[in-house]
Ligand binder design. Structure first.
Ligand SMILES: [Zn+2]
Length: 302
């Protein structure tokens, strides 16, 4: 049995994984993003360690035979040092050591990996694949993960597949990365909110916009269609760089896939290099929101 942890900007999920399935899971409110904005980096890091350790102790108490901990973390992970070199969502966290102090505290091996890459590996394992797969996680932003020839590929600096920041709209909406018109400003949950706000002048959350779309509201439908289209534009570019046969879409926004899919499919067909048309399967996550937990846990054995 292994512990898999999925760290988000505002919540933390800890699972115990046995034979590719989550047998126990607990969600904790953990506003790491807010902590990093309020506190000095060293204090924020201590608070993050404390929250993670406390959450994992509960799992270890219930399942004392767990043998390792895998953590999916939002940020760039240096593959050699395992340090978080930078995290766009957790400002101030630079070259932060998360894994080693936790390993010492809990007396278990701890492996840290980028959250989207952990989810990609979870999907890869669940699909029973032996070749390659791209995962796109549509959450607050758009994360990407690549499993290449059976191995998670994070790149030399852990920045590979940072696809949420591909430029989709030249001189478009400003992005936290410092650039403009990035895919995640259109194709993420926050992107849908912005799409709808531009169309209607109203600020609603994605649940409310989805409810309106399902009632036939044209602006709400359009807000989701724009997200699907932006995702397809981005994916057509990604597939020119990494040519794989399966793409898995996950993250909270993928629960509204039926609202994204028509515009996504039309645009992807139009934008793909003709040689790739009909060659790539796009599937919705097999693990729902548990791909990150399962992948992080199983990565401890890679
Ligand atoms: Zn960006």
């Amino acid at each position: 049995m292994l512990i898999g942890v999925d760290v988000g900007g505002t919540n933390l999920r800890v699972g115990v994984v046995d034979n590719k399935s989550v047998i126990w899971e607990q969600r904790y409110h953990a506003d790491f993003s807010g902590l990093c904005q309020r506190l000095q980096p060293a204090d924020a890091l201590s608070a993050i360690h404390a929250s993670l350790a406390e959450a994992m102790r509960e799992a270890i108490r219930l399942y004392p035979t767990v043998s390792a901990i895998g953590i999916g973390f939002p940020g760039f992970i240096n593959p050699t040092t395992q340090q978080v070199t930078q995290s766009p969502n957790l400002p101030g966290l630079l070259n932060a050591d998360i894994a080693a102090p936790l390993s010492k505290l809990l007396n278990l091996p701890v492996v840290l990996e980028n959250d989207a890459l952990a989810a990609a590996y979870g999907e890869f394992v669940l699909a029973g694949k032996d070749d390659s797969l791209i995962y796109l996680g549509l959450g607050t932003g758009v994360g990407g993960g690549l499993v290449l020839n059976g191995k998670p590929y994070g790149g030399m600096n852990g920045v590979s597949m940072e696809v949420g920041h591909l430029t989709i709209v030249p001189n478009g909406r400003p992005c936290g990365c410092g650039n403009r018109g990035c895919m995640e400003q259109y194709a993420s949950a926050s992107g849908v909110v912005l799409n709808y706000e531009e169309l209607s002048g109203k600020a609603l959350d994605t649940v409310a916009i989805a409810a309106l779309a399902n009632q036939g509201d044209s602006q709400a439908l359009q807000a989701y269609a724009q997200a699907g289209e932006a995702l397809a534009q981005g994916l057509a570019h990604i597939l020119k760089v990494v040519d794989v046969t399966e793409v898995v879409i996950g993250g909270g926004l993928s629960l509204s896939w039926e609202l994204l899919q028509p515009a996504f499919a039309t645009r992807l067909e139009a934008d793909l290099i003709p040689a790739l048309r009909g060659k790539t399967q796009v599937n919705i996550s097999r693990a729902g929101d548990q791909a990150g937990i399962i992948g992080a846990a199983i990565l401890t054995a890679v």
